[in-house]
Design a binder for this molecule. Structure first.
Ligand SMILES: Nc1ncnc2c1ncn2[C@@H]1O[C@H](COP(=O)(O)OP(=O)(O)OP(=O)(O)O)[C@@H](O)[C@H]1O
Length: 441
């Protein structure tokens, strides 16, 4: 029986294909909703919105979800007249400028000098009593005195082949899409954030960052299809942090035991939330912005205490957040930035009622009065509905899968007897290991 195996590049790139295999009756009904980026298509140019694939190379993705990540990225995405199209989105009546679009950074950067919302060298905004004017304590300096400050940032990045990012196809659609950038220097994120980016050893933006950051900094809502590992965390954190710094929150409601975050990042799992929390803390270092995480499966008391100390950016899983909201310990009335990470996974996990409750039924400002970024690896009908309900006049961004281009993957077929499979596999693994060691040495 033939067996196929892939080289190391493939191993790191392989992820479960995100298709909805159990086709519900709903998936066979053609949606009447057409997302903004697909409207005004010439007939025939657009397939059913719930069925087109992104970079699939055409194979095996006839299910109800598009898959953005299968091998062969680059085939269909870049195709003219491809399913993603590039026509303008239809205006939905939401002004294209959202929160954060009003102000402009000065040429020298907004956080260098004094002025309102000035940032002291210790990163705290100066208040009359020398405390944070946002009524929050700052996290203690996480760096031991003797250690260089870069210690926080020492964890090196993942081993992702960043050179491969250059080939990743990207497509945007919508009205007046802000141009992408190719370096962080082209975007004025402010001195402190730039310094933290340097500490993180991010030399240049990944494709999703190149597009998403200018879009979000311009105050636009964003629907981004991008895979895990594409650099989404920075793509939504940088604009949030820069936006909070730029607009120096005036007189945020304080007092009592209720927290009033300015930004909410929803993510499906405790692990992902902690990961985002860790990253966001690095990016926010010395900005005075407090990042707090709240997830289920951990004692709520510690999280409550953490919230009481103040929070600008709240990273949360939907279930735990609903709990905190129902306890009256959080108000969403000050939210100016909402990011939903891995939205498709949240829906797969059954979080839609909680997400809708959080976004639509509590006190969060509606679309148009907050800025919303929706990230998802796939773009099935349920995500399209969320996008149409949560976003205003959004820009659609589709980024191919990192590390999936076929030339990164070596495929070989070895014919072996069933009885020899195990030893063959061990040989292959050992050979690879030896190869890896010798190539490094
Ligand atoms: N511009 C960059 N330069 C170098 N490394 C980067 C850059 N952007 C992100 N990274 C690193 O790449 C890794 C993957 O990024 P990140 O975790 O943001 O991906 P993600 O798409 O958000 O994944 P997840 O869905 O797991 O959160 C991280 O280790 C991150 O620090």
């Amino acid at each position: 029986m033939p067996s196929a195996w892939t080289g190391p590049a493939a191993e790191s790139a392989v992820e479960p294909v995100n298709v909805n295999s159990s086709a519900s009756p709903e998936t066979t009904v053609r949606s009447s909703y057409v997302p903004p980026h697909l409207r005004n298509k010439p007939q025939g140019a657009v397939g059913p919105v719930d069925n087109h694939s992104f970079g699939s190379g055409g194979g095996g993705l006839g299910e109800s979800r598009e898959n953005l990540g299968s091998a062969g990225v680059g085939n269909s995405l870049a195709t003219a007249g491809g399913a993603w199209g590039s026509r303008s989105a239809t205006a939905s009546g939401i002004p294209s400028s959202g929160p954060g679009s009003g102000g402009r950074f000065s040429a020298g950067g907004w956080n260098k000098g004094g002025g309102s919302g000035d940032v002291r060298s210790n990163g705290l905004r100066s208040g009359s009593n020398g405390k944070s004017s946002w009524g929050v304590g700052s996290d203690p300096d996480p760096f031991p005195k003797e250690e260089p400050r870069d210690a926080l940032f020492d964890q090196e990045n993942t081993g992702i082949n960043f050179d491969a990012y250059e080939d990743i196809p990207v497509e945007t659609s919508g009205e007046n899409v802000p141009p992408a950038v190719s370096t962080f220097a082209e975007i004025d994120l402010g001195q402190i954030l730039n310094e933290n980016i340097r500490r993180c050893k991010y030399l240049k933006p990944t494709p999703v960052q190149r597009h998403a950051i200018p879009i979000s900094l311009a105050g636009r809502d964003l629907m981004a299809c991008a895979q895990t590992g594409s650099g989404k965390t920075a793509a939504f954190c940088f604009p949030i942090i820069a936006g909070i710094m730029r607009n120096s929150p005036p007189g945020r409601p304080r007092g009592g035991r209720k927290a009033f975050p300015l930004a909410l990042i929803l993510s499906p799992t405790r692990e992902l939330s902690s990961q985002i929390h860790d990253e966001a803390k690095k990016f926010s270092f010395q900005t005075g912005i407090r990042v707090v995480v709240a997830y289920g499966g951990a004692p709520i008391q510690n999280q409550l205490r953490d919230l009481e100390r103040g929070v600008e950016i709240l990273v949360a899983t939907p279930g735990r957040l609903v709990d905190l909201l129902e306890r009256g310990r959080i108000s969403l009335s000050s939210i100016r930035y909402l990011a939903l990470d891995e939205a498709d996974r949240m829906l797969d996990m059954g979080f839609e009622p909680q997400i809708r409750k959080i976004v639509e039924q509590m006190d969060m400002p509606p679309a148009g009065r907050r800025q919303t970024m929706l990230f998802s690896a796939t773009f099935p009908r349920e995500i399209q509905r969320l996008a149409s309900d949560f976003l205003g006049n959004y820009i659609f961004l589709a980024v191919g899968r990192v590390g999936s281009s076929t030339d990164l993957i070596e495929q070989r077929v070895e014919y072996v007897l069933d009885a020899d499979k195990r030893s063959m596999l061990m040989d292959l693994l050992h050979a690879q290991k030896a190869q890896g060691t010798s190539s490094q040495g």
